[in-house]
Ligand binder design. Structure first.
Ligand SMILES: [Fe+2]
Length: 277
């Protein structure tokens, strides 16, 4: 199916970019507190999708995001849950650890999510555009054409340049791309364009830090920020509903169980790609 591209117009002031709430209600609530403290209204919050996934509270998280009213670009989880597909559609190969583990959380989310929420997911745009400080940005989930494409910080710049070219063919010139899907935040200058993966707020970015990530765009400045929330309680909530295949411990350790999903150089034991804080 083809999803729409929405134009959010000119956005002034700091913009909070986030992705992957992943059914982690506590993380979503913590992010909303951060936004309130920073004076960022929902019109200046943009979600890159995957509202419901790994964690315990799919429906309540969806309702919370929906009530907030921020722009949300559909992720593969919105495609899968919205259109009653059989799995999360994240794009990992058959037999990969993530593929095996996803059966548990997908069944849980699929069981919780209401028809009304599925309708909301079906109606989400596939892309958003906005302008900020004289620059034009595109918001996508994974890749320009393939929603569940993984574009890693370790991929060569040419890989990102290809995606930018595809986006520009579709929606005209852009100065920046905002995306998510992989759960790993990074900012990279690709020729004259900023590639901004805002990461995920619902699971940490596989770096041994239990805090999750979002991004703030403010004029010329863009930064990855860490989100502190009650990760221990979120992990307990997963255990209480029987989500014990492995991602519950990710909330406690900052490491994913599905390490085979990551490029070799990003796996555990290899120097973190994240700058030390
Ligand atoms: Fe995704």
């Amino acid at each position: 199916m083809t999803r729409a591209t929405i134009d959010l117009g000119e956005l002034d002031g700091p913009i909070l970019l986030f992705g992957g709430p992943y059914s982690n209600l506590r993380a979503m609530q913590a992010l909303m507190t951060v936004a309130t403290e920073r004076g960022i209204t929902p019109e200046r919050m943009i979600c890159t999708g995957d509202v419901c996934a790994y964690a315990a509270e799919a429906e309540r998280t969806a309702q919370t995001v929906r009530a907030l009213g921020c722009a949300v670009v559909a992720g593969n989880c919105e495609d899968s849950l919205g259109f009653n597909e059989l799995d999360c559609g994240c794009g990992f190969e058959e037999g990969a650890t993530c593929n095996r583990l996803s059966a548990e959380w997908f069944a849980h989310a699929n069981n919780q999510v209401s028809e009304d929420t599925r309708l909301w997911m079906r109606e989400m745009p596939g892309r958003a555009v906005f302008t900020h400080a004289g620059k034009r940005y595109a918001v996508i989930h994974g890749g320009a054409e393939k929603m569940n494409a993984f574009i890693w910080p370790t991929d060569p710049p040419e890989r990102k340049a290809q995606e930018i070219a595809l986006l520009e063919e579709a929606i005209g010139p852009i100065d920046g791309v905002v995306c998510g899907h992989s759960g790993v935040p990074f900012i990279e200058r690709v020729e004259s364009c900023d590639w901004i993966n805002a990461g995920a707020i619902g699971l940490p970015g596989h770096d041994g830090d239990v805090r999750t990530s979002y991004a703030i765009l403010d004029g010329e400045d863009v930064s990855i920020e860490r989100l502190t929330y009650d990760h221990k309680d979120a992990a307990l909530a997963m255990e209480r509903v029987g989500l014990t295949a492995g991602y519950h411990n990710t909330l406690r350790t900052g490491w994913w169980p599905s390490e085979d999903s990551f490029p070799q150089e990003m796996r555990r034991g290899v120097t973190s790609i994240f700058a030390a804080e």
